[in-house]
Design a protein around this ligand. Structure first.
Ligand SMILES: [Zn+2]
Length: 138
């Protein structure tokens, strides 16, 4: 090995050692940033719920649980109608008194229409409601 290449190698080593701290700090920062971003994403839904709950009472959406998938979700208040959105009330779709109080999330409505045709036809028998759901899903 020539003296020159040795010097170059040595120089590179020295350079690395000198800047090691800086590189590691940068990598660490990057890793932490990614971690925070991931957490942010995970917490977004939770944050949204908290934010919504902090709004004035009359605008505050209802936090309810879907009877189908058991997930919590929010039912938005519709100010110009002065009431909560009806589409998440299961009995609004089925028009069955015994279903009153049951809530269904948007994802389940979509899933019901797209992937569970039998269940959909059995429960949502009203033609008008079917049109509404079809328009809503597609
Ligand atoms: Zn659901």
């Amino acid at each position: 090995m020539s003296e020159k290449s040795l010097t170059l190698k040595e120089y590179q080593r020295q350079y690395y050692l000198k800047n090691k701290e800086k590189y590691l700090t940068r990598a660490k920062k990057q890793r932490e940033r990614l971690k925070v971003e991931k957490k942010k994403k995970e917490n977004k839904k939770e944050l949204e719920i908290i934010e919504q709950q902090e709004r004035p009472t009359f605008l505050r959406p209802l936090l309810v649980r879907c009877f189908r998938c058991k997930n919590w979700f929010l039912i938005k208040y519709v100010p110009w109608k002065k009431r909560f959105s009806l589409k998440n009330n299961w009995d609004w779709w089925t028009k069955k008194e015994e279903e009153k109080g049951k809530k269904i999330c948007d994802a389940c409505l979509k899933d019901l229409y797209l992937n569970h045709k039998v269940e959909y036809r059995q429960n949502i028998w009203d033609g008008e409601r079917r049109v509404v759901l079809r328009n809503y899903v597609t």
